[in-house]
Design a protein around this ligand. Structure first.
Ligand code: UT7
Length: 339
């Protein structure tokens, strides 16, 4: 379709999903051999038992994971790459500052007529991309849009005692979703929110230059290009903002917590998810936790959870699904859909 045509669709549907996980698994027991940590410490504080890590020598990088996830989502949606109008990739770990992961992934799946751009909003990146893609389809200029979340944090940390405060938390992954203009007015995004507070930027960042690290008061002694995180500060931010975000999104849609069929949440810490579950009385089957298997996969975590639910047949037509992300920036956002 020519991007200058505007035919506003009746609805927007989630037409397909796909994922790409590295083969290499690092369990807590593996980490115990690499650094001074314990399965007990990691499990009790985070709920994580294992994570996947790329093997760069095998050509696994962010672009490769994004491409595999995109190809799988296209197949699931029954679409050819050439039918895509736009590819958006949420990532904070592109293989290079330029070109964008999205452009190369689009090329590799034959999406030669599509536009492509990367969106950087850390763990909120997928939700922000979903909202952006929806707006472009709803505006009538795009019909088939791929949204990818792909991140490889293993490149930005070290698996030693010095790096243990972050190395145990993160995993590598890619996951994608195909959004499509629909004639069905019941399938659509019905409320969304996107927020940022750069005043909290120093709580979670990857510096390239010493002067930037110094400006954020860095005292970690870590080399440049390694992730710095003030865990307790991010924890407080997440536990505070997460329930507020759910409450605001419900209010925007004039809905109650019990109306929502699935809360598809960014997986950063099981304790953060439990706090929201308790606050709103959300039953376990409505808030999937898979951090135990994959750790925190940044932009990939939200679509990874959704894909898991979808392939198990738990996402039914007409259900209400609230996607929620929060992370570095600081950023936080939601996307509420009737699927
Ligand atoms: O995607 C969004 C980004 N991330 C998050 O949402 C993460 C939010 N924060 C958290 O999940 C938690 O803060 C952590 C799980 C990261 C840390 O838990 P915590 O209870 O806040 O621990 P802490 O950072 O206060 O560290 C407590 C102790 C320290 O030792 P001392 O100073 O009390 O002697 C750390 O040195 O635990 C030590 N520690 C470890 N011990 C064993 C830190 N990392 C490890 C480790 N193994 N891997």
């Amino acid at each position: 379709m020519n991007a200058t045509d505007t035919i506003r669709p009746a609805g927007v549907e989630i037409a397909g999903t796909g994922t790409a996980l590295p083969d290499r698994e690092l369990t807590n027991a593996d980490l115990e051999k690499l650094m001074d940590t314990s399965d007990e410490w990691i499990t009790q504080r985070t709920g994580i038992r294992a994570r996947r890590i790329v093997t760069p020598e095998n050509g696994e990088n962010t672009t490769a994971l994004a491409t595999r996830a995109l190809a799988a989502a296209l197949q699931d949606a029954g679409l050819e790459g050439s039918e895509l109008d736009l590819v958006v990739c949420a990532t904070m770990t592109p293989d290079m500052p330029t070109p964008g992961v999205s452009a190369v992934a689009a090329h590799r799946v034959g999406a030669t007529g599509a536009g492509a751009f990367d969106l950087s909003a850390a763990c909120s990146g997928f939700v922000f991309s979903l909202n952006t893609a929806h707006a472009l389809i709803a505006g009538g200029r795009y019909r088939n849009v791929a949204v990818i979340g792909a991140d490889i944090l293993s490149r930005f940390m070290e698996y030693t005692t010095r790096g243990r405060s972050t190395a145990v938390l993160f995993g590598d992954a890619g996951a994608a979703m195909i959004l499509r203009a629909s004639d069905d007015p019941h399938k659509n995004l019905i409320a969304q929110a996107m927020h940022a507070d750069g005043g909290g930027a120093q709580h979670l960042y990857i510096p390239t230059f010493e002067r930037d690290a110094q400006a954020y008061g860095d005292d970690t002694g870590l080399p440049m290009s390694q992730l710095r995180m003030h865990g307790p500060a991010v924890f407080r931010f997440a536990v505070g903002k997460f329930p507020q975000l759910i409450a605001d999104t419900l209010e925007r849609a004039d809905l109650a917590p019990e109306d929502i069929d699935h809360f598809v949440c960014h997986q950063s810490n099981q304790r953060i998810l439990e706090s929201a579950r308790e606050r709103f009385g959300i039953p376990h089957e409505k808030l999937r936790v898979n951090i135990n298997k994959y750790g925190n996969t940044v932009a990939a975590s939200v679509p990874l959870v959704f894909h898991e639910l979808r392939t198990e047949g738990r996402i039914k037509p007409g259900q209400l699904v609230m996607f929620l992300g929060f992370g570095a920036g600081l950023t936080w956002g939601s996307s509420l859909w009737r699927v």
